[in-house]
Design a protein around this ligand. Structure first.
Ligand code: GDP
Ligand code: MG
Length: 470
């Protein structure tokens, strides 16, 4: 049949929704893990990627062996839900084939749900609504991991009628925002009308239904998009320091294959860096890419996967940009130029900049006098700067960097000591501070602020300033 013989990639699925809607918990329920409990303030700080192999999905969804699934698995990306993470959400989205929009049945559509819907529309990404927390309906009788129709049938009349009016309410809210939706078990026009799947992340009701839609219906509607393609397409999610491995990058391999020994180019603020891939690691199936643990080593990996790449010289790679693989016979200079070219989408050369050569993250406005901000990815950097500049105080930023705080960063921040002392500070988020950098900061009088959330980070700096002014 059409496409039957071709190799298909796992669909990439993005989870969106208002903060506290239950995104992480739902993903935890699917994986059988507990990331949500371990998160600082319960807020997802980074984009995480989880690969769900088809065997696990079959087991989780209670599928009979005769039910065919054409895709090898599902790659799920959990994006941060808090307001100033909207840019990171947008980045996660650009990789996605399908989205799951999580809506709390007791709260309906909320501000960031609506924002997510607009983002999806803009990126032309189809979505499935997980109408979650159905166990919160008063008197809900739990039916662990049951298909939702079965679970609903075993509820009392009262629960069923509360379910119905809440569902109708949500359908109306979607309608008001320009989207036609219907519960998937009644949806006769799945191509035009978006599916709603009622779920509970506590007992897993409806989770089999959601998984089935993702691995059976999604490939049906976008088979062409999922056909394996040789050209490497690989987006950097995060740059990390690891005690044993050195600097590594977490990527989503969207297309093509990566091999140990491949020559690859990453973009940095200072220009292209060419390296050789030493190792390709994946976490254990169903575990998140950023979760600490034992990794599997691979000589070769074919799309789609969340992969941790070990290679020298990656410490300044920029999250959000693409890793470029140089094929034998490719002209290295040309490939490097092409790599930097693709970075111009994210990074625009700031001609007005004093040095004239330095690049600047588009929309990150820097001035001569201001703080130094250091973060683990462009997404978190943007979130911090957004927060600094949207708060009533409007705190300026003079410079920024990604990755661990090194001595050079302290030297740069120290330049403010003679200009405006209160700005001689580094706001470091989700990055390590190297010991020499700490020593130099203490000696020179540069303050380094760190916190577990972007909000606490900005708050702790603001408190410090208020203390100075009193
Ligand atoms: P996120 O911000 O969208 O990732 O939301 P979380 O997954 O962190 O969940 C927010 C809160 O809702 C947590 O306290 C969860 O325990 C709770 N929660 C999430 N899903 C469910 C559910 O299906 N049922 C119930 N009763 N509580 C839920
Ligand atoms: Mg979360």
């Amino acid at each position: 049949g059409s496409g039957g013989e071709r190799e298909l990639c796992a669909p990439i699925c993005c989870i969106l929704g208002h903060v506290d809607a239950g995104k992480t918990k739902l993903l935890d329920c699917v994986r059988g893990t507990n990331v949500q409990k371990g998160e600082a303030g319960g807020i997802t700080q980074q984009i995480g990627a989880t690969y769900l192999p088809v065997e696990n999905i079959r087991e989780r969804a209670g599928l009979k062996p005769e039910v065919a699934i054409k895709v090898p698995g599902l790659l799920v990306i959990d994006t941060p839900g808090h307001e100033s993470f909207s840019k990171m959400r947008s980045r996660g989205l650009s990789l996605c084939d399908i989205a799951v929009v999580v809506v709390d049945i007791t709260r309906g559509l909320e501000k960031q749900t609506i924002e997510s819907l607009h983002l999806l529309k803009r990126h032309d990404v189809r979505f499935i609504v997980a109408l979650t927390k159905v166990d919160r309906l008063y008197g809900w009788k739990s039916c662990p991991n049951a298909p939702i129709v079965k679970a609903l049938k075993s509820q009392s009349d009262d629960v069923q009628s509360e379910y119905k009016w809440r569902l109708t309410e949500v359908v109306t809210q979607f309608k008001e925002n320009g989207f036609n939706t219907a519960p998937y078990y009644e949806n006769k026009k799945m191509k035009q009308v978006f599916n709603i799947v009622p779920t509970s992340a506590i007992r897993g009701e409806g989770v089999p239904d959601l998984l089935l839609l993702l691995v059976r219906w999604v490939p049906e509607i976008m088979i062409e998009k999922l056909v394996y393609d040789n050209s490497v397409e690989c987006t950097i999610l995060e740059v990390n320091g690891d005690k044993d491995l050195g600097t590594t990058i977490d990527v989503v391999l969207i297309n093509g294959a990566l091999h140990q020994g491949d020559q690859a180019i990453v973009c940095t603020k200072q220009g292209p860096v060419t390296t050789i891939i030493r190792d390709l690691l994946t976490p254990h199936p169903m575990k998140e890419l950023k979760a600490k643990g034992v990794y599997k080593h691979h000589k070769e990996l074919r799309a789609v996967h969340g992969v941790k790449i070990v290679a020298p010289g990656l410490q300044h790679a920029m999250a959000g940009t693409s890793l470029i693989v140089v094929k034998p016979g490719d002209d290295l200079r040309q490939a490097e130029a092409a790599a930097m070219q693709q970075m111009n989408i994210t990074i625009s050369a700031a001609d007005e900049n004093e040095e004239g050569t330095a690049a600047e993250v588009s929309r990150v406005k820097t001035c001569k006098e201001g703080l130094y901000v250091q973060a683990s990815s462009i997404g978190t950097l943007e979130a911090i700067i957004d927060h600094l500049q949207s708060s009533n105080v409007d705190i300026p930023v003079s410079d920024w960097n990604l990755g661990p705080v090194h001595k050079q960063d302290v030297v740069k921040a120290a330049a403010m000591l003679n200009r405006k002392e209160e700005y001689a500070a580094i706001l470091a988020f989700d990055v390590k501070v190297m010991p020499e950098a700490s020593v130099l900061a203490a000696e020179s009088g540069v303050r380094i602020f760190m916190a577990d959330t972007v909000y606490n980070l900005v708050d702790s700096y603001a408190e410090h300033i208020n203390g100075l002014n009193e």
